[in-house]
Design a protein around this ligand. Structure first.
Ligand SMILES: [Ca+2]
Length: 699
């Protein structure tokens, strides 16, 4: 409620300003050097107030009419997942925005989590900013350091320095794995990379019911609320943040980066969401893929001459799956679909709030459906605990069914007591019409994801399709052009690496605007590709992406693997939308040129050495202090996965002094935090597969 006295004071101040001075005009300043330098005093200072003229430095202002920006990123999703692109998952928010804006069907990502996020937020190629791979796989070369360089200010830093309010909500995955605790350092946490506010989780994945959360520079831990669900809480934090900043400064634009943990594993969602899909996937992945492909054609999101690519033998045919296992597999996809629909629902909550505040007209929404293609990391059978795969422990269907029974039955798949991932066949179907998926940077299943862009004030060609080649490095330059801002040459005294992406703003108005992004390398885990002017040469590492057992990895050890011996495929993507027809034999000259170009680009952008992120497997140093003794004091909890003692694959002992062991439980659970630590019990377990209750004598 307004207090009359306050109003009077405001009016009186306005009058006084007219008499004795003015607020200094923000005016024009050189926005290529950030932050804005101190403003010279423009008033007059005398010995007394007589004759003195006051002026005031104003906060930095964004250019007039600079739009609010909502950047949405869904995790681990396929081109053929959302209904907006012909998929089986209802995504009403994505659908609605597509009718109000533009659908992009040739948008590309890097094939993996941290690398796409680094490229998206920096506008530079991911290896060039140290993100050849994820924060958990660090190698001792500049392209694999996960040390974001100060010479590459993020889009958030640039917008912040130009008068925007900035926030990141949800998944981060850009802080080195061993720096995600209370000791920092904090220079690569979200606040230091340009976000005024951060709420979410720092790692690569998180339980959806019980995440270990961070807020700004603090780990705030697992929410106490029994009904907590991450997507719901993300809506609440986002909407509150927008409302708060608009209440205080209605004219300041905002930049909100809304990045869901969904639909990365663990696939967890309240049951009512997965129940919507009961029986919808009994036809299996082969048929689902054909159905999606038909809808894609019908919707026109793929060209009429696009082909459905063939199935690699790595994915079992649905009709070869035993009947008793089909039920398990179908339910895996029901849960994933519900989980994904819920993620789109969360985006809808934020979009609705923006509309309700009357801000929609001048808000640019960039909604990217997947930081990489759908994930095949669940192996051919899927897993009730995704940590089994990530630790190289594949499960047979028999082991799987037994473990599911032990944890409450199939109905619990998707609930808080399991950490599941679906079978690779579902990911392959979700990436229709392409081959492969996450991690496979050589094929479109890994690197091409749907994108929708809306901006009612600017985009008039509503509901249309755009097919220019675009890449995640283009997002930051596009945002800058939309906001009327230059790319900075210097930030905090550090000369800036130019952005490698290019703005695609011209496509907002013109369906036939030329593709400005004419060449792009791709590389993740040795899978690689070189795109130039419609042609793509590619080399897939001869490894099934979910195989990380010692025998498989030994084939790629130093001296064993020669990248020049990998088979090269060649595609004309302008005519062959889905990368279906390998024409390498027909065009040896193109193969040669693109091969040479790939190696030149690899050198230029710090991609070398290939497999730098895997080097520690073969005995290269980890670059971390060799700490062998760890002490945890009473109250220490929520230690991030990258900071736990390195107990894997070695002998270790743990000693604990318990004042009153009868009152509290202590669980030692390498592999995954599990929710069954009972009072008065000391237990040890590994990957939720092997359990041992320790006898009292051991206490
Ligand atoms: Ca991802």
């Amino acid at each position: 409620m307004f207090k009359p006295i306050g109003c009077l004071i405001v009016i009186a101040l306005v009058v006084a300003l007219q008499i004795t001075g003015s607020a200094a005009d923000d005016g024009e300043w050189d926005r290529t050097v950030l932050p804005r330098p101190p403003q010279p005093f423009q008033g007059v200072t005398k010995r007394s107030l007589e004759g003195s003229v006051a002026t005031f430095t104003q906060p930095v202002k964004a250019p007039p009419n600079a739009p609010n920006i909502l950047l949405v990123l869904i995790d681990d999703a396929g081109f053929g997942n959302p209904s907006t692109f012909g998929g089986p998952v209802a995504t009403p928010t994505f659908d609605k925005l597509a009718t109000e804006g533009l659908r992009y069907n040739r948008f590309h990502v890097t094939a993996l989590c941290s690398p796409t996020r680094a490229a998206l937020l920096s506008g530079r190629n991911h290896h060039a900013v140290g993100f050849g791979s994820i924060c958990e796989l660090i190698g001792g070369w500049p392209g694999y350091s996960t040390n974001w360089p100060t010479s590459a200010a993020s889009i958030a830093q640039i917008l912040q320095g130009n008068g925007y309010n900035t926030a990141a909500i949800g998944k981060w995955h850009l802080t080195p794995d061993a720096q995600q605790g209370p000791a920092g350092p904090f220079d690569r946490w979200p606040n230091a990379l340009g976000f005024d506010y951060f709420w979410g989780f720092l790692g690569g994945e998180s339980g959806q019911f019980d995440p270990v959360l961070a807020e700004n520079n603090s780990i705030i831990g697992v929410p106490k609320d029994k009904n907590f669900y991450l997507n719901d809480a993300m809506i609440e934090h986002s909407v509150t943040w927008i409302r708060d900043q608009k209440a205080q400064a209605p004219d300041r634009p905002f930049f909100l980066y809304f990045s869901t943990g969904a639909t990365h594993a663990p696939h967890q969602v309240p049951k009512e969401w997965s129940d919507k899909y009961k029986g919808k996937f009994d036809q299996g992945w082969d048929k689902l893929r054909e159905e999606t492909f038909a809808r894609q054609k019908q919707l026109g999101v793929i060209p009429a001459n696009a082909q459905l690519t063939s199935r690699d033998p790595a994915f079992p045919a649905w009709n070869s799956v035993p009947p008793e296992v089909k039920k398990l597999y179908a339910h895996q996809m029901e849960v994933y679909a519900g989980y994904q629909e819920n993620a789109d629902h969360a985006v809808g909550g934020v979009v609705r709030a923006i509309e309700d505040m009357g801000l929609a007209d001048n808000t640019l929404i960039i909604y990217i459906f997947g930081d990489n293609g759908a994930s095949m990391e669940g192996t051919e059978s899927g897993t009730f605990n995704e940590m089994t795969t990530l630790n190289g422990v594949p499960l047979t269907n028999e082991q799987q069914l037994k473990a599911i029974k032990a944890y409450g039955g199939l109905d619990k798949w998707g609930g808080p007591d399991m950490a599941p991932h679906y079978a690779a066949g579902w990911a392959w179907a979700g990436n229709a019409p392409f081959k492969w998926g996450k991690q496979v940077a050589s094929h479109l299943g890994g690197i091409r994801n749907p994108m929708v862009v809306t901006w009612p004030k600017r985009i008039k060609d509503k509901g249309s399709l755009r097919s220019q080649f675009t890449h995640c490095t283009d997002i930051a330059p596009t945002i800058l052009e939309a906001a009327g801002l230059p790319e900075p040459k210097e930030v905090n005294g550090v000369a800036q690496m130019p952005m490698h992406g290019v703005s695609f703003l011209s496509t907002f108005d013109d369906a036939n605007a030329p593709s400005k992004h004419t060449q792009q390398y791709f590389e993740i885990l040795g899978n690689r590709a070189m795109y130039k002017d419609g042609w793509l040469a590619c080399w897939r590492l001869d490894r099934i992406p979910w195989k990380i057992d010692p025998e498989t990895l030994a084939r790629f050890a130093p001296g064993k693997w020669d990248p020049d011996k990998d088979k090269c495929e060649l595609y004309n993507l302008d005519e062959d939308f889905s990368q279906a027809n390998d024409v390498a034999d027909k065009y040896p000259d193109r193969v040669r040129d693109l091969t040479a170009l790939f190696w030149a680009e690899a050198e230029k952008y710090q991609v070398l050495p290939l497999l730098g992120e895997m080097a520690t497997i073969w005995g290269f140093p980890k670059g971390l202090p060799e700490q062998t003794k760890f002490t945890y004091y009473n109250g220490t909890e929520n230690i991030s996965s990258g900071m736990i003692p390195p107990i894997y694959n070695r002998s270790y002992s743990i000693s604990a002094d318990l004042d009153n062991p009868g009152r509290s439980g202590l669980g030692l659970r390498p592999g995954y935090r599990w929710r069954d630590c009972r009072r008065g019990q000391l237990s040890w377990r590994l990957l939720a597969l092997y359990r041992k209750r320790l006898p009292q004598a051991d206490l």
